[in-house]
Design a protein around this ligand. Structure first.
Ligand code: NAP
Length: 275
C-alpha cells in the first residue's frame, strides 16, 4: 500500500511516518518537500506516486498565529485541504483528514459526531471549512477529529521546561482527553484499510483538566510540586471543553484507545530522554 503523508515533520506526521513505514510504502513530505499551498506541485506529486491513501496532517496549528493571519490560515487549513481532497478523488486515493475538537464551541462535554460544530476561533473555523471541502470533494474520506495529541516533541518540550525550572502558564479550566500519538496513528492505520468512510472522534478514554494533565507529566520527572501560573489569555479564545465521544469508532467495532493516564505514563516511561 502506498501512503502519502503531509506535515511529516510535525508532531503527528513524524510518528505516523515511523509507525506506517513498517507496514506500507510511505512517502512523507515536510513543508520543504511539499508546500501544500502550491496546488500544482501537490497534483504533480500525487500523479507521480499514485498513492492508495493520502493522510493530510499538515496544518497551521498555532492558535495565536491563526488568529493573527486568518488569510494564510484559511489558505493552508481550508483551501489546500480542498485541493488535496479533489486531487485524491481524481487519482482514486482514499483521503484521511486530521481535524480537531476545536470545531466545537466547548460549551458541553463529549461531543458526538452528530453534534453541530460551532467553532469560536480562526483555527477551529479553518479546520471546519477544511472538513466541509473534504465532504464536498471526496466521498472516500475519513475525517478524524482529536484533541490534545502528544508525542515525543511535546513531552521533550515539557521535560526541558521542568529541568530548567520554568513556570508553566496555562488555563486550568480547560478540560480534554490527552491522546497518545502512537495509539492515534494505529487507529488511522486500521481505519484507512477499510471502506468505513465518514467522520470519527478519536481520543484516549476519560478526561482531565489541563492542570491534571501537566501535573501527571511533571510527576514523572520530579517530585517537586508543579510550578505554574494560572492564565486565561484574553487574546486566545479556546473552547473550555474539548472532550469527544468516540461513538462512531465504537459502533463500527474499532477498539477503544486506553485510559489517558495509563497511556501517558507508559509513553513517557518508554521514551529515551537521555536522563
Ligand atoms: N496536536 C493536537 O493536539 C491536535 C489535535 C487535533 C487535531 N490536530 C491536527 O493534527 C494535525 C497534525 O498536528 P500536529 O500536532 O502534528 O501539528 P504540528 O506539529 O504543528 O505539525 C503541522 C505540520 O504542518 C506543516 N505545515 C504547515 N503549513 C504547511 C504548508 N503550507 N505546507 C506543508 N506543510 C505545512 C508544519 O510545518 P512547519 O513546522 O514548517 O510550519 C508542521 O510540520 C493537524 O492537522 C492538526 O490540526 C492536532
Amino acid at each position: 500500500m502506498k501512503v502519502v503523508i503531509t506535515g511529516a515533520e510535525g508532531q503527528l506526521g513524524h510518528h505516523l511516518k515511523k509507525a506506517l513505514c513498517k507496514k506500507c510504502k510511505v512517502y512523507a513530505f515536510s513543508r520543504k518537500g511539499l508546500d501544500i499551498c502550491n496546488f500544482k506541485q501537490a497534483e504533480d506529486m500525487v500523479n507521480d506516486i499514485k498513492p492508495d491513501v493520502i493522510i493530510h496532517a499538515a496544518a497551521v496549528t498555532n492558535i495565536q498565529n491563526a488568529e493573527l493571519n486568518p488569510e494564510h490560515t484559511i489558505l493552508v487549513n481550508s483551501r489546500s485541504t480542498q485541493n488535496l481532497a479533489d486531487i485524491s478523488r481524481k487519482y482514486n486515493s482514499k483521503f484521511v483528514f486530521i481535524s480537531s475538537a476545536y470545531v466545537f464551541d466547548g460549551k458541553k462535554a463529549y461531543y458526538t459526531e452528530k453534534d453541530i460544530p460551532n467553532p469560536i476561533n480562526m483555527y477551529g473555523k479553518s479546520k471546519l471549512w477544511g472538513e466541509r471541502m473534504v465532504r464536498d470533494y471526496q466521498p472516500n474520506h475519513f475525517i478524524i477529529r482529536s484533541s490534545w495529541i502528544y508525542g515525543e516533541k511535546f513531552i521533550r518540550y515539557m521535560f526541558d521546561k521542568i529541568m530548567n525550572q520554568d513556570k508553566f502558564c496555562f488555563d486550568e479550566m480547560q478540560i480534554g482527553s490527552p491522546t497518545n500519538v502512537l495509539e492515534f496513528s494505529d487507529f488511522i492505520f486500521q481505519v484507512m484499510q477499510t471502506d468505513a468512510y465518514g467522520t470519527y472522534h478519536v481520543t484516549n478514554q476519560g478526561d482531565c483538566s489541563k492542570y491534571e494533565y501537566f501535573n501527571t507529566i511533571y510527576n514523572e520527572f520530579t517530585n517537586k510540586p508543579i510550578q505554574h501560573e494560572i492564565r486565561r489569555n484574553a487574546s486566545m479564545i479556546i473552547p473550555t471543553n474539548c472532550t469527544l465521544d468516540n461513538m462512531e469508532a465504537r459502533s463500527r467495532g474499532f477498539h477503544n484507545l486506553l485510559p489517558w493516564k495509563d497511556s501517558l505514563i507508559r509513553f513517557i516511561r518508554e521514551m529515551d530522554l537521555g536522563r
